[in-house]
Design a protein around this ligand. Structure first.
Ligand code: IDP
Length: 230
């Protein structure tokens, strides 16, 4: 199947994750890319050596020259980071008409993470089990104490989505997710596919079977970064 990309000028969709560490951003994103390899590509802040302000946006624009959907996998837990994304596209995008570029927020946290013991326990357990399979947080090498400190930092700096003011009012659409259940990433993949099918008209997202979902999820859980900062 060939995408008539560029010719029929379909919209381009930038999916922006909003979360803290261990919420399943990478697993959910990789799972979606596994399901729709021709349409969706995942890029990760952690895979960029010394992430300059523009590098992730430039990487996203490169993907959008080939595919209609890019997922920008980063915590984006502070409003300034969301602002950087919108500003970056405004400055660096010279190919996609502004009206064709849509921003969708993947909101992993329905309430602020501070004091959410259930969320803390599940994300800590996941980060612990991830071990050294992360670009910069190495639990085996540096101990869980170090990882917990980094996680706490993200939680304490967290600024929730507020679509009535800048910068979050620039999102065209919000997909509400959850990170509390055991298999939240599988559930989140399903929620995102359903939301995109409902919201997007110019993308042919076939409904995956339960087996397709499980396969993509299991494969995503095995994802190991090929790049390490340590
Ligand atoms: P993050 O990108 O938000 O920091 P991930 O790296 O996706 O989080 O997930 C952290 C760890 O938890 C990984 O080892 C991943 O395999 C695991 N994990 C993510 N989502 C699920 C789930 O729904 N069920 C079980 N394990 C999960």
């Amino acid at each position: 199947k060939k995408l008539k990309f560029g010719k029929s000028k379909p919209n381009r969709y930038v999916l922006v994750t909003l979360a803290t560490i261990g919420c399943g951003k990478t697993t959910t994103s990789v799972g979606l890319a596994n399901l729709f390899p021709e349409l969706i590509e995942h890029i990760q802040n952690d895979n960029i050596q010394s992430p300059g302000k523009d590098k992730l946006v430039l990487a996203a624009l490169e993907v959008l020259s080939r595919k209609p959907v890019v997922i920008m996998d980063k915590n984006n837990h502070k409003t300034v980071e969301r602002k950087q994304i919108f500003d970056g596209f405004q400055r660096l995008n010279s190919t996609i008409p502004k009206s064709k570029l849509k921003f969708i927020c993947l909101n992993f946290l329905q309430k602020p993470p501070k004091g959410d013991t259930e969320l803390w326990n599940i994300t800590k357990e996941r980060v612990y089990n991830r071990g050294d399979s992360h670009q910069s947080i190495k639990v085996e090498k540096d101990g869980i104490g170090n990882a917990e400190k980094i996680m706490r930092g993200f939680i304490s700096r967290f600024q929730p989505l507020n679509t009535s003011v800048e910068p979050d009012c620039n999102f065209d659409y919000i997909v509400e997710l959850d990170a509390h259940q055991e298999n939240s990433s599988l559930e989140n993949m399903k929620k995102i596919v359903t939301a995109l099918q409902n919201y997007i008209e110019d993308l042919d997202l076939k409904t995956p079977s339960e087996t397709d979902y499980l396969k993509a999820f299991e494969k995503a859980k095995l994802y190991k970064p090929t790049f390490s900062k340590k």
